[in-house]
Design a protein around this ligand. Sequence first.
Ligand SMILES: [Zn+2]
Ligand SMILES: [Zn+2]
Ligand SMILES: [Zn+2]
Ligand SMILES: [Zn+2]
Ligand SMILES: [Zn+2]
Ligand SMILES: [Zn+2]
Length: 260
Amino acid sequence: MVRHFSHPHPLCPFEVEEEQGLTCSGCELNLSGSAYKCNTRSSTCDFYLHKSCFELQRKIQHASHPQHPLILLSSPPSRWGFFFCNACDGSGSSFTYHCKACDFDLHVHCSSLPDNVTRHDHQHPLGLVFSLPKVEDEEEDKYCGVCKTGFKEEFWAYRCKECDYVIHLGCVNAEADDDYYDEVAEEEEEEDEETQQVEDDDHEEAEDEETEEDSDSIIARHIERNTALQMVINNQNARMMRMQQQMMMNNTRRLFQFGL
Ligand SMILES: [Zn+2]
Ligand SMILES: [Zn+2]
Ligand SMILES: [Zn+2]
Ligand SMILES: [Zn+2]
Ligand SMILES: [Zn+2]
Ligand SMILES: [Zn+2]
């Protein structure tokens, strides 16, 4: 039996089957593999932690926020009960790496994103950047290579320096927008007709390799995809919450105008 600062009851180790549909009480993502759960006899306590979330350091120094250390909090300090992540712009309502002085928050999963990722539809690795290079010309606004929507300068992205190709964090494991993808594929077809035969051979080899992939890495890929999806959902929730807040503020303003 072990204790964790984020929970009042003792926890015990627990192996999670993927199908159980449980959520980690720390990072709020799907639970699988080695975990801990609340060991209280009362069945009302649904507290679970990934082993990796159980082992998170209480204090980290993060390259994206060099000026202060970040402290792991078990819940957001704001009275609203949620925070907005300074990496992905998504919301969270549980664990956060927080800087009080700057009101800076990171999802725990955003604090440990890989420095580089590769995508099958881009020939170079994409590097994690904490902001996008400033553009003078507004016409040259950056758009995500996957979902084709814009960026806010202050949030993180994955970027290819050579091509200035950028994608949202949440789009890393998503398929590119279909229309765009077809266009690119068509262009490539026209250009590469002569080398088609060679390419087909390559494809076959690649497929053979894929069938040999062990189940662990397939599961890992599924988890990655779920994580990305969860982040996208979080983003949408955050936008909705912000809209609701805006509406509430507008209503309050109107009440004042009417002198109520
Ligand atoms: Zn977790
Ligand atoms: Zn408990
Ligand atoms: Zn985040
Ligand atoms: Zn700070
Ligand atoms: Zn995107
Ligand atoms: Zn590139």
